[in-house]
Design a protein around this ligand. Structure first.
Ligand code: T5A
Length: 209
């Protein structure tokens, strides 16, 4: 019995975490065994790596090779310790960010060679590829508006400027285009409308028959 692996991707503030939790609640209410997790992080070691990666300020010395290797180290631990065992035991795993974040943030926005990103992702994933990726799409202006409404604190990556996040958004649009794994939704609709669309698509893909 194999489970289902779903990832949530998009720019900061697009509503990934909100939608992930709504989908988890709906699935649990229908009796499904659901694991909710996130990247970077998701394991004790991964959460320590997360703090290393996200604490601090934009200007802090951080080699790009170090940055990408730390994201991949967190991912390898996550896959081995949590995601693969859960999928093998038939659970539904919902993960806030995964390998597409590295393709877009480190590959597209930080210009790491795409073959290197692909190689490192494959090494960390060991064949653990998502069955579906949910992508709420919002503009960079809306992303900045939502972040400003929150407590005002920005992690090291959130301190990047508008042009960085335009690259991220375009990177996701490029990845999603023609890729059946992706389900892109308009992230500016209200939360319930977005949830309804995600629920319908999820049921269509996994609960039909
Ligand atoms: N990263 C990560 C890499 O560079 N490489 C990698 O390989 C990986 C894995 C992680 C950072 O690490 C980078 C990317 C990121 O910069 P994070 O703390 O996980 O950072 O932050 P984010 O993933 O960006 O998550 P956020 O919490 O900022 O955004 P979400 O999860 O997209 O949004 P959410 O649901 O928390 O909502 C944000 C706000 O918008 C409101 C919510 O109430 C909340 O206030 N909202 C809506 N408002 C209006 N309409 C809607 N439909 C709304 N939905 C939510």
């Amino acid at each position: 019995m194999s489970g289902i692996f779903v990832t949530f991707e998009g720019i900061e503030g697009c509503g990934k975490s909100t939608q992930l939790n709504m989908l988890a609640n709906w699935l649990r209410a229908s009796g499904k065994d659901v694991i909710v997790t996130r990247e970077p992080g998701g394991t004790e070691l991964g959460e320590k790596i997360r703090n290393l990666l996200l604490d601090g300020n934009k200007g802090d010395v951080f080699s790009i090779r170090t940055e990408i290797l730390l994201f991949e180290a967190s991912r390898a631990q996550h896959v081995d310790e949590k995601i693969s065992p859960a999928i093998k035991s038939g659970k539904i795993v919902l993960c806030d960010r995964f390998s597409d974040s590295t393709v877009v943030y480190q590959g597209v926005a930080r210009a790491v060679d795409p073959h290197t990103v692909q190689f490192l992702n494959e090494f960390a994933l060991c064949g653990c590829i998502p069955d579906m990726t949910i992508f709420p799409n919002i503009s960079v202006a809306e992303s900045f508006r939502r972040i400003a409404l929150e407590d005002g604190s920005r992690d090291r990556i959130e301190q990047e400027d508008e042009s960085f996040f335009e690259k991220i958004r375009n990177g996701y649009l490029g990845l999603a285009k023609g890729n059946a794994r992706f389900f892109m939704v308009d992230g500016t609709d209200n939360e319930e409308i977005i949830h309804g669309k995600i629920r319908n698509e999820f049921a269509e893909r996994f609960f039909k028959n």
